[in-house]
Design a protein around this ligand. Structure first.
Ligand SMILES: [Zn+2]
Length: 304
């Protein structure tokens, strides 16, 4: 399921929930109104309330005073009845699960945290199906060469999202454990409830191509997720006006939004400058914002 499909489904669920809360409140009032005395008080109370508002906006001072007194009198009788009969007035209004957005999923034009949390949960459930490696999988017999990379990766995850490092690049030849360590980072952050997308550079390139030709694609998800992980940068074909342009836009936009992008690649920093361009290079190798770890030739698979 795409992100949009999940959002639509979750919003539909919220609609149902909100509707049900309204039905429950209506039902509660209807049941109360089976008592004739309450029904009369309830009707009078609501009518007096409306009358008072109307008069406040168009009546004379005397009329306002009279309507206010009338309302206070009825309100007192109404409240007395409620107290005597132990009526739960909260139930007379819809009770929403989220008091911030009243189960609309939107607050001040933005997605409410209740919807965001649910969305991340669903997205991460989808991710989990890939069975990513975890930090626990690489606890023993880690070689000193890899120890430092492991420590840095783990520390960054522990700090997330409060690290100034926005771009991380693991470079080195095939089989040195770059992807493995990225998977560990992904599963750690997913476990903590962040929305992480793990994608190969090949697939990312393909989605960018679709986006470029206005076909449905996942490019917006790559822009929006908390952490984007691009595996094996350099394995993708260079498509004219697409590969470099979109890769730059994704990394750049994410950086502007303080969202990290993690990359593994067989390319050296010089290769990256050569194959892509200075704009991409400068973002991935900016000393203040980026962390670059070179994995040496030792085959990490034997060490984990
Ligand atoms: Zn909410």
């Amino acid at each position: 399921m795409t992100r949009t499909q999940i959002i639509n489904e979750l919003k539909l669920n919220l609609d149902r929930k909100r509707h049900q809360a309204q039905i429950n409140a209506d039902q509660y009032v209807q049941d109360l109104c089976k008592n004739e005395q309450f029904k009369k008080l309830y009707t009078n109370y609501n009518q007096a309330k409306i009358d008072l508002i109307k008069i406040k906006y168009g009546g004379t001072n005397d009329e306002i005073i009279s309507a206010t007194n009338n309302f206070k009198q009825i309100e007192q009788m109404y409240n007395q009845f409620i107290a005597e009969h132990k009526i739960d007035i909260r139930k007379m209004e819809p009770i929403y699960e989220c008091s911030i957005c009243n189960d609309t999923g939107v607050v001040n034009g933005k997605m409410c945290n209740c919807l965001k949390t649910e969305l991340n949960k669903r997205l991460n459930e989808q991710n989990k199906q890939y069975k990513l490696a975890t930090f626990k999988d690489c606890s023993k017999d880690i070689s000193p060469n890899l120890h430092s990379a492991y420590e840095k990766a783990k520390l960054w995850c522990d700090k997330f999202p409060n690290s100034h490092i926005l771009n991380i690049t693991f470079s080195g030849s095939t089989g040195t454990g770059k992807t493995f360590l990225l998977e560990c980072m992904a599963s750690d952050l997913i476990e903590k409830g962040f929305n992480v997308i793990f994608v190969t550079a090949f697939l990312l390139n393909e989605e960018c191509r679709k986006y470029h030709f206005s076909l449905p694609s996942k490019v917006n998800e790559y822009m929006d997720c908390d952490v984007l992980i691009i595996d094996d940068l350099g394995c993708e074909p260079l498509l004219k006006n697409i590969t470099i342009e979109y890769l730059f836009n994704i990394i750049n936009l994410r950086q502007k939004r303080y969202k990290p992008t993690l990359i593994s690649t067989n390319l050296s920093s010089n290769d990256i400058l050569d194959r892509y361009d200075e704009r991409i290079y400068s973002r991935l190798f900016n000393k203040n914002l980026s962390l670059n770890i070179a994995f040496n030739g030792i085959d990490m698979r034997k060490n984990f």
